[in-house]
Design a protein around this ligand. Structure first.
Ligand code: PLP
Length: 401
């Protein structure tokens, strides 16, 4: 596609096209709805996937102290040694084996970690298997590096656990990475141990890297989070973590990836051209988050769980179908009685009811007829928003789907 520079003059200049990958990338529908809702007054915001809680005070105080003490400079590419040393024993527990600080790379949010991981592993033209429905950024990341996203289906009838046989059939000689996300945004699935083990086996059988997005690992209400790294005997699993959801620290942009040493080295090298390093003051805040009391994490988890239960009860009473999230903080609400076009439904709900939700199709084709509601929303706002949503769905004729 040629690029036209007009500068408002009558003779526009046609120059070389922009890069193909980003041009083929669709914007996140969550952001689209956020932008539409931003200008509208009195909107109930159920579209945003970030904690409504403030960062706990002791973390903020530690950051202020660190900034005053001079943590206002670049840090090593992989992060401050003291933070990597603090993270290593925690992930050793999650991974069920010793993990050294050399395997930890501190990143600007897990977004940056996932992106540099894909850059480290995937050549342009190679395929990355991503979930459908799955977080929209996966497809954007894959396209932006000129690689090819291949969606694998997660079905409500299987509680959104992957069907390993179907997944196996989708793997081709061009497949390079299998990307998995549990606890999942947007399905709320927390994969069973057998599934996770099967995914590692599948990756090994086809010589794929497995990238495991575990940013919601601390937000599990039923069941237990199991990391694929537990069964990674070959060094092919890279896992991504974040302080964003666990400690209500989205704006600090701080997360980390854990990788086999040789991969961690390349990811570290890639930090330099991409961000150089994560923010120094945010790294000190992260250190305080890990060292401080963990009661704040439990309190937020309980709040999300009680909102989940209240939300499910409102929707069930109205006869509206939804998933049963066992982790993360999202509900996928079935709005197919009104329309399969989830963007149209989200726009209609915003204009008529002043409720903003995320259109299901931004998570993939499997999101048709669904919208995502964030439970990371004040309970009263959530309940009122869901009542309005349920009223729209329940007055639609059942035959419309
Ligand atoms: N992974 C998933 C599944 C997410 O939902 C999000 C944020 O919404 C992220 C990663 C990114 O989180 P961070 O703030 O750490 O970049």
């Amino acid at each position: 596609m040629p690029y036209v520079i007009s500068h408002g003059c009558p003779n526009p200049i046609v120059v070389k096209p922009l890069a193909h990958g980003p041009l083929t990338m669709r914007r996140s529908g969550i952001r689209e709805l956020m932008d539409l809702a931003a200008g509208a007054p009195d909107v109930l915001h159920l579209e945003v996937g970030e904690p409504d809680f403030s960062t706990p005070v002791h973390i903020v105080e530690a950051a202020v102290t660190a900034a005053r003490a001079g943590f206002t400079h670049y840090t090593p590419n992989a992060g401050l040694p003291e933070l990597r040393v603090a993270i290593a024993p925690i992930v050793s527990g999650t991974h069920g084996r010793p993990v050294g600080p050399d395997q930890v790379v501190v990143t600007s949010g897990s977004v940056c970690g996932l992106m540099t991981t894909l850059m480290a592993l995937v050549e342009p033209g190679e395929e990355v298997l991503i979930p459908d429905p799955g977080w929209p950024n996966y497809e954007m990341m894959v396209r932006s590096i000129g690689a090819v996203p291949v969606r694998y289906r997660l079905d409500a009838t299987r509680d959104y656990e992957p069907d390993l046989e179907a997944l196996d059939r989708q793997i081709s000689p061009r497949s390079k990475v299998l990307l998995v996300n549990s606890p999942s945004n947007p399905t709320g699935a927390v994969f069973a141990e057998d599934t996770v083990r099967g995914l590692v086996g599948l990756a090994a059988a086809h010589d794929l890297y497995l990238v495991s997005d575990e940013v919601y690992e601390q937000l599990v209400y039923d069941g237990q989070h199991v990391s694929p790294t537990r069964w990674d005997t070959d060094g092919r699993v890279v896992s991504a973590y974040s302080f964003s959801k666990t400690y209500a620290m989205t704006g600090w942009r701080i997360g980390y990836v854990v990788a086999p040493p040789a991969i961690a080295e390349v990811i570290t090298k890639l930090q330099e051209p991409v961000v150089s390093c994560a923010s120094a003051v945010s790294q000190k805040a992260a250190e305080a988050a890990l060292a401080g009391p963990q009661t704040c994490v439990a309190q937020m988890r309980h709040a999300y769980q009680s909102r989940r239960d209240a939300a499910l009860s409102i929707l069930r009473q109205a006869g509206v179908s939804t998933n049963m999230p066992r982790g993360a903080f999202y509900l996928l609400v079935d709005t197919s009685r009104v329309t399969q076009d989830s963007y149209a439904f989200a726009r209609q709900l915003l204009h008529e009811q002043r409720v903003a939700v995320a259109p299901g199709e931004t998570f993939g084709d499997a999101g048709r007829g669904l919208v995502r509601v964030s439970l990371a929303t004040d309970e009263a706002v959530l309940e009122e928003g869901l009542r309005r949503l349920a009223a729209v769905v329940s007055r639609a004729p059942a035959a419309a789907s």
